[in-house]
Design a protein around this ligand. Sequence first.
Ligand code: NAD
Length: 349
Amino acid sequence: MKSIRCDVLNSSVEKVDSLSDIKIDKNSIWVCDENSEKYVPCNVNKIVLPSGEVGKTYHSVGKIIEFAIKNNLGRDDYFIGVGGGVICDITAFSASIYMRGTNLILAPTTLLAMVDASLGGKTAIDLYDLKNLVGTFYPAQKIYLNFNSLKSLSDKEFHNGLGEILKHSLLSIEQTLYLFLIKNKDKILNRDTKILEEVVYLSLLVKKEFIENDPTENREIRQALNLGHTFAHGLEIVGKFNTFSHGEAVVWGMMRALEVGVALKITPLELAVKFGKLLKMYNYNVDYLIEDKETFFETIRHDKKKRSGETLFVLVKAQGEIVQKPLDQQTISDAIASQKFSLAAQISS
Ligand SMILES: NC(=O)c1ccc[n+]([C@@H]2O[C@H](COP(=O)([O-])OP(=O)(O)OC[C@H]3O[C@@H](n4cnc5c(N)ncnc54)[C@H](O)[C@@H]3O)[C@@H](O)[C@H]2O)c1
């Protein structure tokens, strides 16, 4: 994989064969969880946190900071996060507030963290049961990708990250990532390392483009990356976060956004069919119908992606071109709980 430089964040992404290859000339602490610990080099100052979203708390931040103090970390020393999106987010958040900011390196070990959480500068913890309520913008200077770590991911976690890659393909004006996904489906699903390096690289280039044009999400450009997410959040809550991974929910949400876009004459039918086929090709359950509409609507009402009290949905005008719109209750209901807008017939033909 070629390295990537994101100047606006002063971040760079590089491939490594092992994290032992990273040269640090300063003091450092390494943060991981029990599943990513095996990728942390021996003989470093390491703190192992509980895995999963339950660990994304202020309590974990307290433990990281206590560990940093115990190891005499100064402002010019390093916090190094090795793990999935949770470890990346809490390590980065802790680095951003420790002595008003220390050096930060991230080594994402899940596919989702490689293509999404590690690049972009967003840090967060959950508070009062609200996801990502508290956070900062604090980009990692270096992001190291060790593709060997993807071998130990479960299929569910793998598809979690793949969902974001599929999303990036629709958000890119270029055809490169889309064509790569079509051509290399079997190799990607079989986790061929060389092919994964390429698909992660292409996917990161798409994310980088959005970040560079809107680094702190103030220009309504970076919000395109929320495609599928408002629908997805409702589905995740309905499934109590057990049934669908985030990436699976995002793919389902993208399908709803495409169908609604066609129904409202925003998305060209051919485009919706083209990407609907891609999503199905990667074996996602895109036709799921929601029974518990009440919970779904309650979630949408509290969605963070609100402007002037209205929840906005990202819809697609053309490949790489989005529009944000509020949707009325009937349209949402038709999209999530009936087959009224379904593209299934066109996709299978
Ligand atoms: N900052 C951002 O821009 C951004 C973007 C997207 C997501 N996120 C955040 O990322 C989090 C989700 O990330 P995630 O899906 O990586 O979740 P995660 O960090 O909880 O990892 C998922 C599971 O995989 C395990 N794991 C990690 N590496 C592994 C490996 N190599 N082999 C086997 N198991 C491994 C973890 O221990 C965990 O159990 C959420 O909290 C989300 O809010 C942040």
